[in-house]
Design a protein around this ligand. Structure first.
Ligand SMILES: Cc1ncc(COP(=O)(O)O)c(C=O)c1O
Length: 427
C-alpha cells in the first residue's frame, strides 16, 4: 500500500516528499495530510480514459467526499465541474470559484428554503421527486433541469451506500420522470439532463454498466414519448478504490472503454443526438491522496486483547465504525519493523464502537509512535464531528516537499461557537 504519493524513506513514511514524522511534529495530531499530486493524477487518468473515446465527457467532482476549498480549487484548475448536495456545498463551490453553470445540485428531502437558495444561485438542479419539482416551480422556472432516475440497479461497498434499488429513497421511476419532464417543459424549462447515481465504493463495473444501459433506455423512452432532448446524461459517481492490500484496482480504462462504447451505440440507435456524458466521482479522485496521522496515547494489554489507543476516533474518521470499512494502517515512524501481534487500534471516544481497526497484525507499538491511516481522503474529514466535544483536526496540503495548513485545527473556543446561555440561566 506504500506507493506514490507515499514512500518509505529509511523506515519513515513520506507523502509527496515530506516526512510524516515532521508533519506530525509541526502541526500536531490527529492530522489529515493531502497529497496534491495524487488528486491531479487521478483526475487526469479518469478524464483521459473517457475523453479519448468520447470528447464530450465532463467530470464533476462530488464535493461531499471532501469540501476543502483547496481541493475544490485543485480540481477546478484541472477542468472539473462540481456535484453538490446541500446549500453549504453550493456556497463552498461558489467560494472556490466555480461558475453557477458548472455546479449540479442533487438534493433529496429538500426544503423550499434550500431549493430557493439553489435557484437564486443559478446552479443546475437535479430533481429527485415530483414534490421537489412543484416546490421549485413555485419559486421560479429554471433554464435547465435534470431528473434523477432510480435505475433499480445499485451497487456499493456497504448497504448504506447503495443508492438505487426498488426500496431506495433516491430518484424516481420512469413513469414519474416522464411526468416531471412534461410538467417542466410546459412550465417553460428549455434544456434537460438525465441522471443516475447507483452507489458508492463500486469495484465491479458490471452493475454500473447495466444501470447506465437502463438509464439510456429511459432517456430514449422519454425522448420518444415526450420529445425531450438531453444536453447531458449523467451516470453519477461511485468508482471505488482499493482499501486493502489484496484488493484489485477498478479498471478505469476498461470501464471507460465499455461505457463509452455503450453510450455511443445507444445515443445513436436511440436518436439522442450528441449529449455530454457526465460523471460525478468523489472517492476516486481524493481517497488515495490522503493519510490520517494519529499519535499513540496508550498501549493496554488485557487478558483477552491488546489495545493501541490513539488520538483519532470515530469523531475524526467514522468509516470503520459506520460501515465496518477497512483502512490500512502503518506505524509511520517504524515502517520497516516486522509484524509482531494482533491489536485493536481504538480512539478516545467513550463508545465501544470507537475503533480504527480490530485484530490487525502490527509491529510492536509503543506510546508516542505515529500511526498513519491510509486512503483517508474521501468521507474522512467531511464526515468528522465534534462528538465528545473534541475539536476537529487540521488538514495540511503537501506538494513536492511543500506543506501548508489548508484547514486549521479547531480550538476549544470553536466548541462555544454559536452557543448562548438562555437568559433565565444568566444569574
Ligand atoms: C449524487 C451523488 N453523486 C456522486 C456521489 C459520489 O460518490 P463516490 O464518492 O462514490 O464517487 C455521491 C455519493 O454519495 C452522490 O450521492
Amino acid at each position: 500500500m506504500i506507493k506514490p504519493p507515499l514512500a518509505n524513506v529509511n523506515g519513515i513514511l513520506h507523502i509527496d516528499g515530506v516526512s510524516a514524522v515532521k508533519l506530525a511534529e509541526t502541526y500536531g495530531t490527529p492530522l489529515y495530510v493531502i497529497g496534491e499530486s495524487k488528486i491531479r493524477e487521478n483526475y487526469r487518468r479518469l478524464a483521459e480514459a473517457f475523453k479519448r473515446n468520447y470528447g464530450k465527457t465532463r467530470i464533476l467532482y462530488s464535493a461531499k467526499a471532501n469540501t476543502n476549498l483547496s481541493i475544490l480549487k485543485i480540481l477546478k484548475t484541472e477542468g472539473a465541474w462540481v456535484d453538490v448536495v446541500s446549500t453549504g456545498e453550493i456556497y463552498l463551490a461558489l467560494e472556490a470559484g466555480f461558475q453557477p453553470s458548472q455546479i449540479l445540485y442533487t438534493g433529496v428531502s429538500v426544503s423550499e428554503e434550500e431549493l430557493s437558495y439553489a435557484f437564486k444561485a443559478g446552479v443546475t438542479i437535479n430533481i429527485d421527486s415530483e414534490s421537489q419539482l412543484r416546490k421549485l416551480l413555485r419559486i421560479g422556472v429554471p433554464h435547465t433541469l435534470s431528473v434523477r432516475i432510480n435505475t433499480e440497479i445499485g451497487a456499493g461497498h456497504h448497504e448504506y451506500t447503495v443508492t438505487a434499488s426498488k426500496t431506495s429513497k433516491f430518484g424516481v421511476d420512469e413513469k414519474t420522470a416522464l411526468e416531471i419532464y412534461r410538467t417542466a417543459r410546459l412550465a417553460g424549462v428549455e434544456k434537460f439532463g438525465i441522471h443516475m447515481h447507483i452507489g458508492s465504493g463500486i469495484l465491479n463495473p458490471d452493475p454500473y454498466i447495466k444501470a447506465a444501459e437502463r438509464l439510456l433506455q429511459v432517456a430514449k423512452n422519454i425522448h420518444e414519448v415526450a420529445g425531450v432532448n438531453f444536453e447531458f446524461v449523467d451516470v453519477g459517481g461511485g468508482i471505488g478504490v482499493p482499501y486493502r492490500p489484496d484488493e484489485e484496482e477498478f479498471d478505469i480504462e476498461g470501464f471507460a472503454d465499455k461505457l463509452t462504447v455503450l453510450f455511443k451505440e445507444k445515443i445513436q440507435s436511440c436518436g439522442l443526438g450528441e449529449p455530454e456524458l457526465w460523471l460525478e466521482p468523489g472517492r476516486y479522485l481524493v481517497a488515495e491522496s490522503t493519510i490520517l496521522l494519529t499519535r499513540v496515547n496508550m498501549v493496554k494489554q488485557t487478558p483477552y486483547r491488546k489495545f493501541v489507543g490513539v488520538d483519532a476516533g470515530f469523531n475524526v474518521l467514522i468509516r470503520p465504525t459506520m460501515y465496518g470499512s477497512y483502512h490500512h494502517v502503518v506505524v509511520a515512524n517504524r515502517l520497516n519493523a516486522e509484524p509482531a501481534e494482533k491489536c485493536d487500534i481504538v480512539g478516545p471516544i467513550c463508545e465501544s464502537g470507537d475503533f480504527l481497526c480490530r485484530e490487525r497484525l502490527l509491529p510492536e507499538v509503543a506510546e508516542g509512535d505515529l500511526i498513519a491511516v491510509l486512503t483517508a481522503g474521501a468521507y474522512g474529514y467531511s464526515m468528522s464531528s465534534q462528538y465528545n466535544s473534541r475539536p476537529r483536526p487540521a488538514e495540511v496540503l503537501v506538494k513536492n516537499g511543500l506543506h501548508e495548513v489548508i484547514r486549521e485545527r479547531e480550538t476549544l473556543q470553536d466548541l462555544l461557537r454559536g452557543q448562548k446561555t438562555a437568559s433565565w440561566l444568566n444569574v
